[in-house]
Write a new protein. Structure first.
Ligand code: NAP
Length: 367
């Protein structure tokens, strides 16, 4: 066989993906559209999971119109391995398709030892993005996030670093994650003045974790602060890490996130929480959805004065193609009756799964 130094990828994406796939929503006041379901790589894409499973999930997502893939410097395990694995799959399967993809990464949480591997300094953000690009084999990411508020860095330093990263061409857009409403407003106003609008806000949000609907010190909720400033919202962990699915209704499966003692701890699976899931599961069935599907649809629902675009995208995780398919199918029914919403509200209470709350509280405003 002749030697071919640059073989064509064997993967051919489904030609129907933009006809039969997920719908798209515009992100805030930008010109960018995201699929209503996006795929995150916090878990299931590190070196502890087979590369072929990762490849099949990523291919399937793209085949169904899911163009957005969310990463961070520390996703793995070990830290950085999700970006390396994703970069390998990009190179092997997605050559020629880069312009059809929205790839994001982040820096903010612990990444490397010493004072420059955590926080929101210009030093950390700039170095970390360079490392992420090298790991993924990319020239640029589409969205680069500050991953969590840093009480020890002035907001200006973080925002001006994000602005300069956009100017450098290493990110097309920038966003923030786990910021509260006042800090988000300040950040958005600062970036608007700089002519580099903040694109997107990435908070945790689900039926059993509704902190983004609670008014902050200035009376605005995080959802309102984002919408008022033209910033889109992408909701992470809409399935409460798997709690809002049928995964734990009859015990803890061996291959689950909870069994692996990762970020979903035993107390989140209390009998009270599981009972709540059983009741929510009944409502989902009556809607003709699985619990996971109802949870995805719920974060994407029409929300009063901000309309059905309040949340741009539901950022899900998946450990199999079947889970992913099920979650994407949620997009077939995003509307709820008032009776369904009231029934959900009557059952649902805070399940204690917002493990990011301390990061949000660590810095509420600049002055
Ligand atoms: P999630 O969608 O709430 O949970 C995903 C987990 O739920 C899967 O790993 C799987 O658990 C289970 N699951 C998914 N679909 C299922 C289905 N149809 N039926 C049964 N079980 C199902 O989201 P997440 O993984 O916690 O987070 C999603 C993404 O959000 C991350 O990958 C990351 O991109 C982003 N994120 C961002 C931050 C931040 O600080 N900005 C923090 C957390 C997450 P098993 O693995 O047990 O099968």
């Amino acid at each position: 066989m002749p030697f071919n130094p640059d073989p064509q990828p064997t993967y051919q994406p489904d030609p129907q993906r933009y006809h039969d796939g997920v719908p798209y929503r515009t992100v805030g006041h930008s010109g960018l559209k995201l699929p209503v379901v996006s795929l995150g790589m916090w878990h299931n894409f590190g070196d502890d999971k087979p590369l072929e499973t990762q490849r099949s999930i990523i291919r399937r997502a793209f085949d169904r119109g899911v163009t957005h893939f969310d990463l961070a410097n520390n996703y793995g395990p070990p830290n950085g391995s999700a970006e390396i694995n994703f970069g390998r799959i990009l190179d092997e399967d997605f050559r020629g398709l880069r312009d059809e993809m929205i790839i994001s990464s982040k820096a903010g949480w612990d990444m490397w030892p010493g004072p420059y591997g955590f926080g929101g300094s210009r030093k950390y953000l700039t170095a970390s993005l360079d490392q992420s690009l090298r790991r993924m084999g990319l020239d640029y990411v589409d969205i680069f996030y500050h991953h969590r508020p840093d009480p020890e860095t002035p907001l200006e330093e973080t925002m001006y670093a994000l602005r300069d990263i956009v100017s450098s061409g290493k990110a097309l857009y920038v966003g923030v994650s786990s910021y509260g409403p006042e800090l988000l407003t300040e950040a958005a106003e600062m970036m608007a003045e700089e002519g580099c609008p903040l694109l997107i806000n990435q908070p945790s949000y689900s039926i059993v974790n509704r902190w983004v609907e609670e008014p902050g010190d200035d009376g605005d909720t995080l959802l309102e602060a984002a919408a008022d400033n033209g910033v889109g919202t992408i909701a992470f962990s809409p399935l409460a890490q798997g709690l809002l699915t049928d995964r734990y209704l009859d015990g803890v499966p061996e291959d689950s996130r909870a069994a692996a003692h990762k970020s979903l701890s035993g107390d989140m699976l209390s009998e009270e929480n599981i009972e709540m899931m059983r009741s929510l599961n009944d409502i989902a069935r009556e809607r003709g959805q699985t619990l996971a599907q109802m949870a995805v649809s719920w974060v994407l629902r029409d929300q009063g004065r901000y309309g059905e675009q309040t949340v741009t995208s539901a950022l899900v995780g998946a450990s199999s193609v079947e889970q992913l398919d099920q979650n994407i199918d949620a997009a077939q029914n995003l509307s709820f009756t008032d009776a369904e919403l009231s029934a959900i509200d009557e059952i649902a209470s805070d399940a204690g799964i917002n493990i990011w709350a301390q990061a949000t509280k660590s810095k509420t405003r600049e002055k």
